[in-house]
Ligand binder design. Sequence first.
Ligand code: ZN
Length: 310
Amino acid sequence: MKKIELHLHLDGSLNISYAEKILGTDVSSQMIATGCHNLSEYLEKFNLPIQLLQEKKKITEFSYLLGKDLEKDGVIYAEVRFCPLLHVEKISADEVISAVLEGFQKISTVKVNLILCMMRNFPQEKNKMIIDLVEKHLGQGVCAIDLAGDEANYHTSSFAPLFEEIRKKKIPFTIHAGEADSFSSVDAAISFGALRIGHGIRSIESSSTIQKLIDYGITLEVCPTSNLDTKVVSNILDYPIKKLMNLGVLITINTDNRTVSNTSLEQEYQLLRENFGFEEKDFLQFNLNAIDAAFLSSSEKEELKRQLLK
Ligand SMILES: [Zn+2]
């Protein structure tokens, strides 16, 4: 089945065999999140990947290998996200972005656009640098900006000034919200004008938040296994995906982190088939939702729909 993926992190999706080849040792316990208790612990699994992504050649190679993994998984379009300022120990942020694009451009069967992430723990000036980078590269392989990181300790509402600037500059954006923090984080993202929300599943805690998602046509980038890893939900049967969908919320399915959560889109679909009885028509709808919400022009969306339905 052909697939679209809107929410996956480059550093959380590194090819583990290549990482082990570089380091000459087993790194699975450092890169896979089995046994985590919360989002903060889950985020520790990014320390090694970030160290591995500091040189142009390795960044390009890991991006190329992620492109191969996406191809194997049936993905025809992906929006891959990362924070360029976490990879500038040896090269510039512009060089990081071009190294990532160079890797993905080697795969002709998967179209990839990049989303650059601001980080919740960064000082405002550093996040402003990310806004400048997105503005500079927008339309040249970069399609949008995001806010990522420790949601429980850095509340979404405190980022209002940054999103005001982003809106003024007409930069497309998505925001991680309603994952480690409650529906109020989703409300804050909606108040900034977000039309896409990363995770957002804790919207289920508030009927007024759900109503806003429906009224404004906001799309959720849902990542089931990742939410199990971070203990946002303790049991897949409690996962509110079907409830949200039946209420009329637009849902897309994503991996978040293919390596840290040790998954693929095919595995996510299987998990949802087994536990919620989703069928092929549902997955087709999730993929059509993803195309509608993608940071693409309407002609690119039409072309992608043709490809998906072929
Ligand atoms: Zn994420």
